[in-house]
Ligand binder design. Sequence first.
Ligand code: NAD
Length: 314
Amino acid sequence: MAKILIIGANGQIGSELVEALAARHGADNVLASDVSPHNLYQAKRYLQLDVLDRAALAALIEAEDVSQVYQLAALLSATGEQMPLKAWTLNMDGLLNILEIARERKEAGKPLQVFWPSSIAAFGPNTPAVNTPQMTVMDPGTIYGISKLAGERLCEYYFTKYGVDVRSIRYPGIISFKSPPGGGTTDYAIAIFHAALRGETYSCFLEEDTTLPMIYMPDAIRATLELMDAPAERIAIRSAYNIDGLSFCPRELAEAIRAKRPDFQIEYKPDARQGIAKTWPQSLDDSKAQEDWGWEARIALPQLVDDMLANIRV
Ligand code: NAD
C-alpha cells in the first residue's frame, strides 16, 4: 500500500495527526519524520529527516512509494520574529521542496497529494477583523505571516500551472494537551491550563480583551482529514481555506476555567506578542469550506475547558 509521510511529526499538530492517520490507515503505512532524531511520541515508523534536504526527501518518497504528504515543519509566529531569516528559509524552502517533488512525481505518473497548513497569521492590520472573508486584504506584518501568504500563492501556482493536488487550511490557534505548543501567539490558551492545574497565577502575555480565533485539536485534525478526503473537484480553493472554530479573549477563557477551578487567578503582562495578536482576525467566515467540503466545527468552549482540565498532566 502507498504510504503517508508526515514531516514535523514531533510537533503539536504532527504528533496528533500521526496517531489519527495510523488509526485510519494502519501504523505500518504512516511514516512519521522530524529533524530531531528522537521519536518523541512513539510512532510505529519514525525517521529523522530534514525537510530542507530535498534529495533525501525525494529519495524517501520514491523508496516508500509515498502518495500523501503532510508538510508541517515550520517556525511559528513568535519564534519566527526572533529568527526571521531562519523562519523564511524553513517555511518557504520546506514547502517548495515538497511542491517541486510533487511536480516531478506527477510528471512521472506517480501523483503525490500534499497538505501544507497556512495560518490566520497570513492576515494583517488592514484585514477586516470580524468574520474575516475568504478573499480579502492580506497584509501580514510578521515574517511568519509573510511566509504563509507567499506559501498560499505557491500552492495555488503549483496547482494551476502543474496540476499538483495541494490543499491547505488557514488554521486558527490550535489548543491541545498532548504536546507543548510550538512558539505561536495563541500559546497562552494552552499555558493557562497548565498554570490553573498547578494552582499558579497565570501571567498572560496578551491583553485581557484580545479576541482571537481558536480551534480545539480534534476539530483541527478532523478538518485536515476531511479536506484531504474530499474529491479533488470539490476543492475550488487551492491557496488555503478559512475555517472557524471558536473565538474568545483571555478574560473569557479565564472565566470559563474559573467556573471549574474557582481559585484560578490571572494577571496581564502583555509583551511583543500583543503587537502580533492585534493585527490578526477575531473570527473567520468559513462559508467556502462549508460549501466545498462540508466543514463544521463541533467543539465549543465549555467542552474544550472540561477536556483540557481532565487531560493535562502537570
Ligand atoms: P511545532 O513547532 O509544534 O512543530 C513543528 C515541528 O517541525 C517540530 O517538531 C520541529 O522539530 C519540526 N522541524 C523543524 N525544522 C524542521 C526541519 N528542517 N525538517 C523537519 N522537521 C523540522 O508546530 P505545529 O504547531 O505543530 O505547527 C505545524 C504547522 O501548522 C506549521 O506549518 C504551523 O505554521 C501551522 N500552524 C500551526 C498553528 C498552531 O496553533 N499550532 C496555527 C496555524 C498554523
